[in-house]
Unconditional design. Structure first.
Lengths: 695, 103
């Protein structure tokens, strides 16, 4: 199965091509269902290969789990040699399973969600293309292929956010996502160029492959660029890329707007896979980040801020998808927090669990939205659990996971992050801790507003509201089950586990503390290091204390949501009627006016700048051009006069001369054949005479 | 008979042919002149071949004479065809009046 790994990204790309070229005809002639099945087939096959390969991978010895398949040369310019190569190792195997597994479930779900959409085929073509690009990003063995995938997912994100482009707002959201991501991509490119520059200066050949980069880190670490260590500069630039792609402050603004796309897109691209590309990138390049301590600190601070601010915004949103969007930003902040404190495996594990529960939440919300006839406002919902039991319970289980209820996946992953943050700095932990409570609050608020209490919409909608078909609810149920159970992959040692997930990742991703203890690993497939031991057993008390603390705190805020939104809404209304809370709510509901701020500070001046440049163009540049035009025209008239009377005169004289000569010579051609023959004879006789007489 | 006599007859024929070619106005007569020219040439071949044959190839001149007769026949066909075509086009075969190629 492992030898078939190159097929994994190729299959969805082929699917995208087929559906893109023939999908419209297939949908028109055979029907919508066939298009959907075709769309699900390729991701399904890719998922089969991914899972099969995974079991083959874990059967191998831990030192032999990196398989690089070299396919073909790509860029070959002097000593810059980049090839098409895929890297299959524990990290990419995990990402592959997330992408193809959740991807396939979401494809099946989409068959129900996109039902009766005229552009059904276009949707499946785009989302297949997205899967292909994302798999390239994850499987690429060098930075260039990763960048190719990075751009590919950005493109598909743009296409899918603006999927219903007839609505100008949606099209605008697509453009916004694309342009904001572009800023981040510039960072990624700059980082790549920095590495190429210093790698080429020191070594014969630059291939940009991760194995090669890792071996060169020690050399690159000795250089500085503009007074900063090269690795800090490169790591920072790459992180700028991650800020854009993974929606961190200050570039997070595109993600909430991205909810304009169809809900399966939000679940797959803007929750489970694409937005986690930044986290994956840092895990993939952990060897660089481990040597860039300032950048790591910067990441941790940005992550903590993102985590906090987006959670506060999430508490004051009424659109169910917006709540989930801000929750995603906040959870991504958690992941980067783990990355920032050097706990790469914890961040990656949260990536995995978050993919499961957030996809389940988004798909649940999508199911609700369809049942409510595209109503997204939670103030018009309520009591839907009775109508949609499967969706409702799946949503509730996923909410349990995201709040970190003991035993669920979020419990293990979030707790590990908080614990690692605590070891690094109490302040980082405090932010994470507070946000955990806020997460619990806004998620239960969403649950209570949507699935419990009285229905607040109109009677007609209530009558028509019903559970969705199987192909919609079964994927949600599967994901909810995963959200509950995935956590047991990484049970901490003080709870009787052995951090199996961290150990699984350890051949390719080593946490900061571990790397410091063992020194930088020389080669990526060196001997396996000991499993991650967070702390000695003396800290057991702290670990358990932190855990109990966060569980209590999240339960408390969950109860607060229960009280304010279900038991006693009067108390909430009384609270909200006061001026202070109202003002706070208004700021939060308007997302701290960040969009307005960007409009004022960035977009406005840019527009003014463009207007100025437009005027400059119109009056100065165009004026100069017009002046040059008039001068040229004057010169042209003069030249024309000269041409007509002097140059043409000469030419005409020459022509007349040749014509006259030609006429003279033409008289020789009498056309009388006998005259010609006579002349020939006379000439011949003359030549003969001369020859006889003189020779 | 000697070679010089044969050459003299041949030169006479050639002169007659040339005169006919240059002086006669009728295309047919001009063609007849051309025939005389070719026969003069053939007679030359015959004379040289007969009186001073090439070593090892004594019949070369005779064979050339046969070729000349053959070519003369072919040429007469083409030339008469042209003459008939000219007559159909212009209604006459007078070389003097056929001066369309005049410059």
């Amino acid at each position: 199965m492992i030898s078939m790994i190159p097929l994994v990204p190729i299959l969805p790309l082929v699917g995208a091509l087929i559906i893109g070229l023939f999908g419209k005809r297939i949908q028109a002639t055979i029907g919508e269902f066939a298009t959907g099945v075709l769309g699900c087939a390729m991701p399904g096959l890719a998922a089969l290969i991914s899972f099969g390969s995974f079991f083959e991978l874990i059967a191998r010895p831990a030192t032999d789990r990196i398989i690089v398949s070299h396919l073909a040369p790509w860029v070959s310019v002097a000593d810059f040699q980049v090839e098409w190569a895929f890297r299959y190792d524990p990290l990419s195997a995990m990402m592959l399973m997330i992408i193809t597994g959740i991807g396939t479930l979401i494809h099946v779900y989409s068959m129900g969600y996109m039902h009766e959409d005229p552009s059904y085929w276009r949707f499946f073509s785009y989302i297949n293309l997205f899967l292909g690009a994302m798999l390239l990003l994850v499987l690429g063995d060098n930075l260039l292929i990763m960048f190719l995938g990075w751009e590919g997912v950005g493109l598909c994100s743009y296409l899918l956010i603006g999927f219903w482009f007839n609505n100008p707002d949606y099209a605008y959201a697509g453009r916004k996502a694309f342009i904001v991501n572009r800023i981040g991509d510039l960072g990624f490119l700059t980082g790549m160029f920095t590495l190429i520059l210093f790698s080429a200066a020191n070594f014969e050949v630059v291939t940009l492959s991760f194995g090669e980069l890792q071996g060169r880190m020690d050399t690159l670490a000795q250089y500085t660029l503009w007074g900063f260590p090269v690795l800090e500069v490169a790591a920072f630039c790459f992180f700028v890329g991650a800020i854009g792609k993974s929606a961190q402050i200050p570039l997070y603004v595109w993600l909430p707007d991205a909810m304009a796309g169809p809900t399966p897109v939000s679940a797959l691209i803007h929750a489970a896979t694409m937005v986690t590309a930044g986290v994956y990138m840092i895990a993939r390049m952990y060897f660089m980040y481990s040597l860039a301590h300032f950048t790591l600190e910067f990441i941790a601070i940005i992550a903590a801020l993102t985590c906090f601010f987006s959670a506060t915004i999430g508490m004051a949103q009424f659109d169910i998808k917006k709540v989930l969007a801000y929750s995603t930003v906040s959870q991504l902040g958690y992941m980067f927090l783990a990355m920032g404190v050097g706990a790469y495996s914890a961040g990656t594990f949260h990536l995995l669990t978050h993919a499961a529960f957030k996809a389940a939440l988004f798909m649940g919300s999508g199911s609700v939205i369809i049942a409510m006839h595209h109503e997204q406002d939670m103030r018009k919902m309520g009591g839907l659990l009775k109508k949609m039991p499967i969706t409702g319970w799946a949503f509730i289980f996923a909410t349990l996971a995201i709040m970190g209820f003991p035993g669920t996946s979020g419990f293990f992953s979030k707790d590990e992050i908080l614990e690692k943050a605590f070891e690094e700095s109490v302040w980082l932990w405090l932010v994470g801790f507070i946000v955990a409570g806020m997460t619990s609050f806004y998620m239960w608020r969403a649950v209570f507003m949507t699935f419990f209490g009285e229905f607040k919409g109109d009677h007609h909608t209530w009558e028509h509201c019903h559970e969705q078909p199987k192909r919609t609810v079964v994927p949600i149920a599967i994901l909810a089950a995963l959200a509950l159970s995935l956590g047991f992959l990484n049970v901490p040692d003080f709870m009787g586990g052995d951090y199996s997930f961290s150990r699984y990742l350890s051949p390719v991703v080593k946490n900061l503390e571990e790397a410091q203890v063992h020194g930088m690993p020389d080669s990526i497939d060196g001997e396996q290091h000991a499993p991650v031991h967070a702390e000695e057993h003396g800290d057991l008390l702290i670990e358990v204390g932190l855990m109990v603390g966060s569980v209590t705190w999240t339960l408390l805020t969950a109860f607060l949501a229960y009280y304010l939104y279900l038991v006693n809404p009067k108390a909430r209304e009384a609270l909200m009627s006061r001026a202070g809370p109202q003002a706070v709510f208004k700021v939060l509901n308007n997302k701290y006016y960040v969009d307005e701020f960007y409009d004022l500070v960035v977009v406005g001046p840019l527009k003014k700048c463009y207007a100025f440049m437009g005027d400059f163009d119109k009056y100065v540049v165009d004026g100069a051009v017009n002046l040059a035009g008039y001068v040229g025209r004057g010169l042209g008239i003069l030249a024309g006069f000269l041409d007509q009377h002097i140059v043409d005169g000469a030419v005409n004289e020459v022509a007349w001369a040749s014509q006259t000569t030609g006429k003279g010579f033409s008289l020789l051609q009498s056309g009388r054949i006998q005259a010609l023959v006579g002349a020939t004879l006379v000439f011949f006789a003359a030549v003969l005479t001369v020859w006889i007489v003189y020779l | 008979m000697s070679l010089s006599l044969v050459l003299a007859i041949s030169a006479g024929l050639f002169a007659l042919g040339t005169m006919m070619f240059v002086v006669k106005k009728n295309l047919i007569a001009i063609l007849m002149g051309v025939e005389l020219l070719m026969n003069a040439a053939a007679l030359n071949f015959m004379g040289f071949s007969y009186y001073s044959p090439a070593k090892g190839h004594p019949l070369d001149g005779q064979v050339f004479a046969l070729f000349v007769i053959l070519i003369a026949a072919a040429e007469a066909v083409v030339a008469l065809g042209i003459a008939i075509a000219v007559y159909k086009e212009f209604g006459h075969v007078s070389a003097d009046k056929l001066s369309q190629l005049e410059g």
